[in-house]
Design a binder for this molecule. Structure first.
Ligand code: MIG
Length: 633
């Protein structure tokens, strides 16, 4: 049963597709109050209750014991003590003494104190008084998720080839660099379907332009790669370079399509292209306009995109820099005591993604000027809807690969997400794993982390272990940052180990795609915490390092350096399968704890008794996969 409670005059986010007659907030069955223009509510938790949700967020599958924020943030350090990442996924689910789900449809900041101040209390503060809350009750946690997902609408399904292996880095600067990635994989026998183009494929980082020196005759190049079975996936950034004569800037300015400041002038801030204007993605007309610009690239044969920097990320604003410079100038010749020094330092350090800058931005919502801080979490979702809705209108569903960095529930209907700038850290293998079921609860099925880790240098064993988890994630992409060590599989010693792991992905693609499509069609989760399936099993309830996959499988990646295996908990008897290239090794294991050995070129998988999944023959491209010769394990 789903009940909607409304207070005031909420901004329409289009997160839900279900129209419900709202009840007054006075009927909301949790202790609540309005205070200083905020809405706060709380509930008590029994010691064994589990609190799930929040989609892409730091920390565990069980979110208890920390404070989180819904505030889309460009933060490249995903450490445990962070409160927010790039997304705002305002759904939580309590399971235990009581079972219910809550979705707060509200596009500004929310603080979720989930047992941080008091271990037994969840206290949620919504930074505004105009909001909708949906309460979902009845049935198991999985039933509640299904009911919630039905309310927010069916999840995006990408093209089949988007389940192929994807190789990225910032950046393959020119056609030769991209060619060498394809050649490197081909020579090592490592399957590959996509090569990514990061910001350097553009002319001066201008959206929908091509750097002609780096990619002369781009359209022919795209066609040539297609003939090799390779999709090139360009990045699109939210900021539009301020440059006279640049069509996108000129059009946006003439039509009044950019975000404004209070005085009506265009809001400007620095991102990769230098000073930029920001399309007002909250306006449907702007979305339509921007969405149609992707045609410039689809006309050249491009059929996949990733949208970046759409929290929006702001390196600096002109006002911010001026203010900092004034502050510095006033201090010249003064005695810099520690207080002043740190204040000055903080002023410069705080230039990026500053709250002052966000507060300077205004949107046009139905003819009204609305401050950005009231709708911050809709910006990236708006950009992604601009693209996703254009693709659906023009090409139909499931034709174009699309995923975004920032997101809000609702964008899951037309796009996937990736988990942003993680690190080449062992702990980030588990962070990826933990976000999968949480993202699934919120409708984001097509998702995954940068395999091998984005920031800093990766090691060969880390990349292999990361990939062995990525074998199961719908988005299987190796990506890394500018200036870091090369981490394409064929760059390391014994590239055949990478081939062995990635071939396993190709053998599983028919099964994984089928499981994915079923999850989308049934508003279900592809990945579930063990506790969803074994609610009475204490070890399963606490498990944060394994997941259920579909109806048949359990996954348990190795996540520690120098480990030749791991301890795994089997909540029932299962078949332990080690997959490596075309090799399949099986072992029956009984319910309980086991230490399993897994070599670097092996992918561990656990299959429930009396269940079977298909494995096809591997191929170098998804288009060459065929059911012929498939076996069941
Ligand atoms: O400020 O385009 O998350 O995947 O490689 C960094 C360069 C901008 C952030 C994305 C990352 C991408 C990078 N971008």
């Amino acid at each position: 049963m789903i009940t909607k409670f409304t207070h005031g005059d909420p901004i329409c986010t289009e997160a839900t597709v279900l129209r419900l007659e709202p009840r007054a907030m006075a009927d909301f069955p949790f202790e609540h109050r309005f205070e200083d223009g905020r809405f706060c509510f709380s509930f008590l938790m029994e010691p064994d209750d589990i609190l799930y949700g929040l989609g892409e967020a730091p920390r565990g599958i069980n979110k208890r014991g920390w404070i989180y924020q819904s505030y889309c943030s460009d933060d490249p350090f995903h450490t445990e003590t962070k409160e927010a990442l790039y997304a705002a996924h305002n759904f939580i689910l309590l399971s235990g003494s009581r079972t219910f789900g809550l979705f707060i449809d509200f596009p500004a900041r929310i603080r979720w104190d989930l047992g941080y101040t008091r271990q037994d209390t969840a206290e949620i503060t919504v930074e505004g008084a105009d909001l909708d809350i949906y309460l979902i009750e009845g049935g198991s946690p999985r039933d509640i998720v299904r009911e919630f997902r039905a309310a927010i609408g069916q999840s995006y399904i990408p093209p089949f080839w988007a389940f192929g292996f994807q190789q990225s880095r910032w950046s393959y600067h020119n056609a030769e660099a991209a060619d060498s990635v394809v050649a490197g994989h081909d020579a090592a026998g490592i399957p590959l379907d996509c090569v990514y183009l990061d910001i350097d494929y553009m002319d001066s980082y201008k959206d929908f332009t091509i750097n002609e020196t780096a990619f002369p005759d781009f359209a022919s190049y795209v066609r040539e790669k297609k003939e090799q079975g390779i999709h090139l996936i360009p990045i699109i950034d939210a900021g539009v370079k301020k440059e006279n004569g640049y069509f996108l800037y000129e059009e946006g300015k003439a039509k009044g399509f950019f975000c404004k400041k209070a005085d009506g002038s265009v809001f400007e801030a620095g991102v990769w292209p230098g000073v930029c204007a920001f399309p007002d993605f909250l306006d449907p007309e702007v979305r339509r306009w921007f969405g149609e610009k992707y045609k410039r690239l689809t006309d050249m044969g491009i059929d996949g995109f990733w949208n970046d920097m759409n929290e929006p990320a702001l390196f600096y604003s002109v006002e911010g820099v001026e203010n900092a410079l004034d502050k510095a100038a006033a201090l010249r010749g003064e005695n810099l005591d520690l207080g002043r020094f740190f204040n000055l330092k903080d002023t410069f350090m705080g230039l990026s993604n500053s709250q002052d800058d966000y507060a300077r931005i205004f949107h046009n919502i139905n003819g009204k000027q609305v401050n950005h801080q009231r709708v911050h979490n809709l910006y990236g979702a708006g950009m992604t809807r601009a693209a996703g809705e254009y693709f659906e209108r023009t090409f139909g569903r499931g034709k174009i690969l699309m995923f975004s960095r920032a997101s809000y529930i609702g964008a899951h209907r037309c796009s996937g997400i990736w988990f942003g700038d993680n690190h080449s850290w062992w702990s980030h293998i588990l962070l990826d794993l933990k976000m999968l079921p949480s993202a699934n609860m919120c409708g984001f099925l097509y998702c995954g982390a940068d395999l091998g880790g984005f920031n800093e240098n990766a090691t060969r064993d880390l990349v292999l272990r990361f990939l062995a988890l990525g074998v199961f994630t719908p988005l299987m992409r190796n990506h890394s940052a500018l200036g870091t060590r090369d981490q394409e599989g064929y760059r390391f010693e014994r590239p055949e180990d990478f081939r062995d792991v990635i071939q396993v992905r190709y053998r599983l693609i028919p099964y994984l795609y089928d499981t994915f499509v079923k999850a989308s069609e049934n508003n279900d989760m592809m990945f579930r915490p063990l506790s969803f399936d074994y609610p009475d099993d204490q070890i399963a309830r606490e498990c944060e390092t394994q997941l259920m996959l579909g109806e048949e499988c359990m996954i348990a990646p190795v996540y520690e350096q120098n480990a030749s295996g791991r301890t795994v908990y089997l909540p029932e008897d299962m078949t332990f399968v080690k997959l490596s290239g075309e090799r399949v090794e099986k072992q029956e294991l009984s319910k309980g704890l086991h230490y399993v050995k897994v070599a670097l070129n092996e992918v561990p998988l656990f299959i429930k008794k009396d269940r079977h999944i298909p494995l096809c023959k591997p191929a170098m491209r998804t288009k060459d996969l065929s059911p012929e010769g498939s076996i069941y394990i």
